[in-house]
Design a protein around this ligand. Sequence first.
Ligand code: GDP
Length: 191
Amino acid sequence: RTSGRLGGLNSENGGAPDAKNLRVKLVLLGDSGVGKSCIVLRFVRGQFDPTSKVTVGASFLSQTIALQDSTTVKFEIWDTAGQERYAALAPLYYRGAAVAVVVYDITSPDSFTKAQYWVKELQKHGSPDIVMALVGNKADLQEKREVPVQDGIDYAEKNGMFFIETSAKTADNINQLFEEIAKRLPRPSPS
Ligand code: GDP
């Protein structure tokens, strides 16, 4: 198994007494072609369908997961096609986002460079307590790998991000990505 993950080692929520239902806005960022739509489709529909294009500027898909402590988290996932065309809308896109998932393709060093650009943008414009994940996708393409796993780990660690490698094609680590994000969300304090 070559996929790795690392992040701020938040302890799991230590058994909150009440079930909480969280609803969070999640924005996806990354170069075109890294697999953002495929990751969302894999997570939401359990499918890998490279021909379907679900990305539309202002729409989102949602998916709810239940955690072991009986918290449920409803992700509202925003994915924009052609990021650059929406550059002027970026602050609107980031607004209210509790989670940002920055995706690159492990076979593309350019996409890794671009991911670092998006992280800087988020640090400038995103909410200060945003949960950020760095995702190296297409982990099934080991023989074409050009971004060492350690580079992703190191960059994520420096920037306080959770890191994981995924494959939307084989489903490897897709559910884990969203579960780990859910665990890192700030919880409303029990009243
Ligand atoms: P987006 O532009 O970031 O939304 O990328 P897409 O989701 O449209 O995917 C771009 C291309 O990468 C498609 O041809 C997918 O078939 C392919 N792809 C996406 N995820 C994976 C993956 O995990 N492994 C492999 N081998 N190909 C993938």
